[in-house]
Design a protein around this ligand. Sequence first.
Ligand code: FE2
Length: 617
Amino acid sequence: MSTPAAQTPTSTKIKRLPLQDVGLNSLVALPYMLTWSEPLHTLLRLAEKEVEATPLPNWFSNSYTINGITATAYEFMYGKQSHLLAYAISELAHILESDSEGAFKSIYTPGAVSCVPADIPSPVDPSSLTALSLDSPEQFAMGLTNYEGLYDLGKSYLPAFVSSLTDPDDASKQFWPTLGNFSFMHNLLILEKVRDDPTVEDAKSRLGDAWSAAGIDALYKEGLLYALDMSILDCVALPEDNASNRYAHATFTLLRQDAQSKALEPIAIWISGKNVDGQPRIYTRKAASPGAWLYALQAVKASICVYGIWLRHAYLWHVVPGTMQTTLNATLDTGHPIYKMVAPESKYTVAFNELLLLFWGLIAPPTSITKTFQFLQLANEFAKDRGFFDDDPKVALERLGLQEHDFSQAAPWDQYATVRDLLELWNMTEQYVDVCVDVTYPDDSAVADDASLQSWIAVSSAVDEGNVRGLEPLDGKPALKRFLNSLLYRVIAHGGANLLSQSTLIHLFVPNYLMALQRRDIPEPEADLDTKQLLTYLPNTGTIGIMARFYFTFVLAKPYEPFVPREGAEADLFFPSGLNDPRNRALVAYRNALLQFVNARAILPNQIEHWPLNIEI
Ligand SMILES: [Fe+2]
C-alpha cells in the first residue's frame, strides 16, 4: 500500500506561528485565527465565565490575623483587586485596532515583553494585605470557600494538611497519596519505575554519595525504587528575580515503595541550583534537617505543578488537539462522517490557546512560567523525541514501567488513582470510537482508500504544516481507532478540571499543589528552617486568592456546551437518523458512562452540567 503522503495533498497552508524561524522545531504547529472576531469573542466569553466564578466576600468571610492585621480571608486574598478581564477587553480592542501583527510577533520573539502593557493593574498589590506570607500553616484554610458549604466539607482534612507542613514524617507519608490520587486534571502520569539505564545512571549521577549513603541501591535491586523527574525545568531556569516573585526549580525525586502496603514515600531529592548559583542541592530523609526536608518536598510539588499544568495539561490537552482540529477543518468536508464525529468536540480550543499566548500575564495561572516564550521553550523541549501516541495512558504506563499489581491494594490502581481515572475515561472513549469506526467503514481498505482521512494525517504530519510527530499511516480500522481514541480521549479527559470533587478541596489548600515558590533562594540541606521561615517560600495571601479564583473558573462557571446536553443524553446527536444509527446509540452510552463517572466523584449535585464538550479553558 502506498503511503498517505504519496497519494494525498499535504499542503493547506494553515495559519500558524513561525516557531521554526526562532528555532522551536519540535513543537507542533500553533495555529492562530486573528480574524475580525477573534480573539475578542473568546475574551468576552471568558469574561462571562469570570463573572460567574468571581469570588464574593461572603464566600471568604472567616477572619485571620496575619502580621498583626486582622481581616477576612477575602480581604487578604483579593484586597481591592479590579476586574482584570474588563481591563483586558478594552486593551485588546485597542491592540487589535493599532498593531495586531505586532502583538502576535511578541508571542514568538525571544525576550519580547507581553503585548499587555506594563502598567496593567497587578493582580497582587505589594503594599496591601495581598502580599503577606502566612503566620501559620493553619491559615492556608483561607483558600477553602464557604460557598456551598465547601469549607465545612474540607475542614476535616485540615489537621493532616497542616501536618504536611510541620512534621517531616507526615509530610513524607502524604506526599505521594496527595499527588497520585488527586491529579487527573493535571494529567500526572509521571511516576517512573527505576529499572535500568539510562534512568538508574542518571539517578546515581544526580545523587552522588547520597545514593549509597541512603541505601538506595538495595531498593533499586529489589524493584522498589521509583522516580519523579522534573529536571526539564532547567531549560527555562534564570538566575534572576521576576516581577511576580514566582519560581520553580528543576527537581528529581526518588521514592521508596513498601513491598507489603505498596505505599510510596520520597527518600531523596535533587534540586537544581540553576535559578541561583548553578550548584544543585541534595536532600535525603535521613540526613536533611526537618525544615529543609519540608522545603524540599514543597519545591518538588511546585516543579510538578508547573510540569503538570504546562506540559501534561496545556501542551498535551490544549496545544496538540488544537493543531489536529485545525488540520481536520482544513482537510475534511463537513459532510464526512469522521468530521461529524470529531467536529462537535473541536470548537474553542484554538481560540483559547491564541488568547492565552497573547494575554499570558492575565490568563495564565500563577506559576513560575511568567512569559509566553518561556512556555514555548519548555513545550519545545518536552516535544523532542515525543510522538503523538506516547502519552496515551496505556502507552505511558508501559514506558514508565508501571504495573497494575504494584499499585493495587484493595482495588485496581487505588495507590495511584489518577491512573484509574484516566484509564476509565480512555476505555469509555474506546468503546464509542470502536462503534463509530466499525459502522462507518466496512473494512480496512475503506479506511486506507479514504483520501480525506489520509490527507488529514499527511497535513498534520508535514513539518511545514501540523508538525505532529509519530502519527502512523491509517492503513486500516485499528490504526484509525487508535488515532481517534487518542484525540477524543484528550478532549474528554481535559474536562475533568471542571469537576467539583474531593480533589477540589485538596487543591484549595494551596501548599498541596502549589504552583510556584515565592522565593528564589534555596535553603541548604542542613539549614535550620522553622515553620515561619518555611512559609516565606510558600504562596502568599494574594497568590492563594489567584489560585482559588483560577480553580473556581473551572468548577463554578458552566461550560459553553456541556458534554451531556442539558436536554438529556439523547439530545443533539452527532449523526443523522437518530437512535437508529448505532453511532448515536454509542454516543448516548458514552455520555451515560461519563455521567456515572461524575456521580461517583462529585461532592455537589448536578456536576455533570459542568463537564464541557470542548476544550474551552
Ligand atoms: Fe485547560
